[in-house]
Design a binder for this molecule. Structure first.
Ligand code: NAD
Ligand code: WQD
Length: 344
């Protein structure tokens, strides 16, 4: 039996699965808990290939206190990486109760079970969405926070909960990692973003146009005060993001405390930059049309990642070209391959 394991909630999901690979490569043993509401169990088969060993995998819900207690009793869990949750801004506006239950209640149940088991090292998937409409760019960790939708508010509430817990019990070791725009896929093409239904986010939509699943891309507005008029964002390769999680866990193990860092590249790219770069990756035109702005969008948002660099010695280094070529490889083969397999 191994000496210690990392519990990865949401570990068959997009970012969680990539974090599993990075954790395994750093020598950690893994236990995945996922209710499969937005992922497939066959991700574990592919993680076995990428990690070199098969992670332990339990189908379950982070809101199930009894199931959580059983996990902590049966496995030598030393830390928790918490990816499980709902993440679609639009859905959160239509279904706030479901979002607060999954995200806030789910996190509370998990933290309470951790405390019952005296496991107090916790890495939380926060989001740049806690900055609302950032007053200025690049965005620093001390930039004002605000929420513009229930999803973002659920992340903000959890960040405040974690702050209060650490204040009351300073022996907790907590990282609040604020992701900007994760995109791309493992270079193997075996795992990647596999959104159910119509993608809300730019990269998976562009990829689906590229493979022919979708006819054309709607560019939500080209009248923003940006170089080409389209929205500018800080796209970060999901493998860079995963490596940032390993660095954050190492930091907590060594120093403890309450860590809050932006995980971004510090560079902003426009929608049309993304389209052009994806066309180079896939080798053909991505048809698009300019449509009206999407409600709630900001003109530009990118990170100041210098604090993560200083404290964690971590820096995102994969280019937009790599993000697009890795996503293209996944959408060309991996995703189709997995769907065929899982549909059989
Ligand atoms: P994802 O939907 O691919 O992964 C989430 C995983 O959690 C899925 O496998 C899903 O089945 C599982 N899950 C959901 N609710 C659960 C529950 N109650 N119990 C157990 N499992 C549950 O999403 P992702 O893009 O990998 O995001 C992971 C985390 O990162 C989320 O918390 C999200 O809010 C956060 N985040 C994502 C982005 C992004 O752009 N993808 C940006 C910032 C933050
Ligand atoms: C990026 C740019 C759009 C789709 C969202 C969530 C945020 C976080 C990351 C969870 C914008 C434009 C998009 C399309 C387009 N998720 N676009 N046509 O909005 O920056 O952030 O994902 O934490 O919470 O809000 O990412 O990929 O949706 O949009 O023109 O079909 O692409 O207007 O400028 P966003 P996105």
């Amino acid at each position: 039996m191994t000496s210690s394991m990392i519990l990865v909630t949401g570990g068959t999901g997009y970012i969680g699965s990539h974090a599993c690979v990075a954790l395994a490569q750093a020598g950690h043993e893994l236990l995945i808990l996922d209710n499969l509401c937005n992922s497939r169990a066959d991700v574990v088969d592919r993680l076995e290939i990428l990690c070199g060993t098969r992670p332990e995998f339990i189908v379950g819900d982070v809101r199930d206190a009894a199931a959580l207690d059983k996990l902590f009793a049966c496995y030598p869990i030393s830390a928790v990486m918490h990816f499980a949750g709902l993440k679609a801004v639009g859905d959160s506006i239509e279904m706030p109760l479901e979002y607060y239950d999954a995200n806030v209640n789910g996190t509370l149940q998990l933290l309470a079970a951790m405390r019952r088991a005296q496991v107090k090292t916790f890495v939380f998937s926060s989001s740049a969405t806690v900055y609302g409409h950032p007053a200025s760019v690049p965005v620093r960790e001390d930039s004002p926070r605000s929420a513009t939708n229930p999803y973002g508010r659920s992340k903000l509430i959890i960040e405040e909960i974690l702050d209060d817990i650490h204040r009351a019990e300073p022996d907790w070791r907590i990282a609040r990692l604020r992701y900007f725009n994760p995109v791309g896929a493992d270079e193997s093409g075996l795992i990647g973003e596999d959104p159910q239904g119509i993608p809300n986010n730019l990269m998976p939509f562009v990829a689906q146009v590229a493979v022919g699943t979708r006819e054309l891309l709607n560019v939500w507005g080209n009248d923003y005060s940006t170089p080409d008029g389209t929205g500018v964002r800080d796209y970060i390769h999901v493998v860079d993001l995963a490596e940032g999680h390993v660095a954050a866990l190492d930091y907590l193990t060594r120093k403890g405390g309450l860590l809050t860092v932006n995980l971004g590249t510090g560079k902003g790219y426009s929608v049309l930059d993304m389209v052009k770069t994806f066309e180079q990756a896939c080798g053909h035109v991505i048809p698009y049309k300019i449509a009206s702005r999407r409600a709630g969008d900001v003109a530009q948002c990118w990170a100041d990642p210098s604090l993560a660099n200083e404290l964690l010695g971590w820096k995102a280094n994969r280019t937009l070209k790599q993000m697009c070529s890795d996503a293209w490889r996944w959408h060309q083969g991996g995703q189709t391959h997995c769907r065929i397999q899982s549909d059989q």
